[in-house]
Structures are given as C-alpha cells and as structure tokens.
Design a protein around this ligand. Sequence first.
Ligand code: 13P
Ligand code: SF4
Length: 298
Amino acid sequence: MFKDKILELKKTGDFVILAHNYQIPEIQDVADFKGDSLELCRISQDVDAKYIIFCGVNFMAETAAILKPDKTVLIPDDTSKCPLAAMLPAERIKEARKKYPEAAVVVYVNTLAEAKAEADITCTSANPVKVVNSLEEETILFGPDKNLAWYTQKHTDKKIIPLPEFGHCRVHEFMITKEDILKMKKEHPDASVLAHPECTPEVQEIADYICSTSQMIKKAIDDEEFIIGTEKEMCYRLKKEFPEKEFYCIEKAVCTNMKKHTLPKLYNVMKKKDKVVKVDPDIAKRARKAIERMMELG
Ligand code: 13P
Ligand code: SF4
C-alpha cells in the first residue's frame, strides 16, 4: 500500500529517491538510483528534481546537501547515523595536524561534515589508493576506519597513519569474521570471496577480491558463485542484478542504522517534507572543497 502511494507521489517529478546498497529490499525497489557512497555522491550532483530523498545513513545525506545547496535533501529517519563516522571528531583532526604538520589529511566519506571540513580530501571505499597517491605529501593522516587504512597502506608506498587508531565499523569488524568466511568456503568451495575493505585484515587476507559495494557488482560479472563479506542486504542487490548467479551473505551482518528507513517513513517524509538535512554553510563550503577534490580525480 505504501509502495503504491510512494510511486504515485513520484509521478509529480518533484522527488528523486537515492538508496544505498544496504537498504531494505522494499526501499531498494522504489529507489530511482542505488549505489555505493561514491556513486550516490556523483548522482546527487546531477539531480534535477526539487527534493532529494536520501535513504542511507546521515553522513551520506549530508554529502548530498553539501554538494547541492540549492536542493532540499530529506531523510526518512533522521536517527539513521553511522557510528564509525562519530569516531573522528573534527577536534581530533586539528590535534593530529599539530602533531604531524607535514602530513595531508584524508578522510573517508563515512565522517561528519565537520570532519570533512578539516580534511584536505575525502575518499570512499572505492578509491582510497588513488586518492592517497594523488597527493604530494608522503605522510597521510587517514581516518576513521583502521581497516581501510590497513588496506590502503598495503597498496601505497606512502606512510599511512590511522586516525584514530581504533576506528572501525562494528558490522565489518565483529559480524564478519575469518571463521565465518572459512566455514562458508567449506560449504561453497567454488565460490569467490568478495570482502569490503572495512573488514579486518584477517578477513581481507583470505578474500579473493577487496571491493566497495558497487565494485562487487562489477566483479560479479566474472564468476558464478560468491561469498559476500559485507552487510547482508548487498545480496539482495546482487541477486537483482544477476538472478542466475549465487550469492552467500552473512545473515548476522546487519547495519541497524541503515535499516531504520522503511516505506511508511519514506512516504511520510515525501508528504510532509520535514526531516530536512541541514549543514552549516561555512562547514559545507569547506567540506565541499574536500569532496570535490576527490571527485575531480574521476
Ligand atoms: P560503500 O561506499 O562501499 O557502499 O561503503 C559504505 C559503507 O558504509 C560501508 O559500510
Ligand atoms: Fe557505518 Fe558500518 Fe553501517 Fe557502513 S555498515 S553505515 S560503516 S555502521
């Protein structure tokens, strides 16, 4: 019923619905665009509709609001926040800059706007090595995810300093273990293992490929069977794209914040146009510079 009402409202042409790959199936099914953080950043830049409805955690919606200050960005549930993003307050970056004045600061898009405003450039899980290698500086303060920092260090000669040392996503750190993957490999010996770079080094080391969520879709062209080391809803997205292939996800790997958006909440926000995502204009201006610098890399 809510699905029909949402589809009816969409006919006005006022809305574009963006959904991250971890959204519940019902939300993915009504979205205009689905993608990873980088893809959704790019799409939000080209949006024509009056309202961008962002079904993802709030740093993603903030990024859309930063890139499109003339549009109204709405979020169905404004308590949908990424705990990883909260691990790097802007103050911590300022302190680290004093300690390492020669270093550049690269922040993952999974950060609050205030942290992006203090950074030289942002990166996503799809491009950290490219971003780091594009910089002149040889020392890089990199945060907040320590596992993404580990992955980046493995693929660059620059010195990567994780900021903070403990930053992690609880889904990828604790709900996707080496043991889980080994057990699945026993059950599905022909499957390739695709793991997100937020997974621990032990998981990354036994994976066949390390990919952002959208890179997983590209990689899925190559084989027939896959073990997916990321949030479990990724399998819904993959199965939709490749109905003839097999994808095995870890059912306990659930990001509860991503799951806060539901069809009734989506319909409500389209009707009421409340829950507007706002970013302080000065912070937005500085954060935009860091995001656009990344996007210029292509
Ligand atoms: P992606 O950009 O790969 O979709 O990752 C975002 C995220 O939050 C992973 O947990
Ligand atoms: Fe944040 Fe982890 Fe959820 Fe991604 S899966 S939004 S990093 S808590």
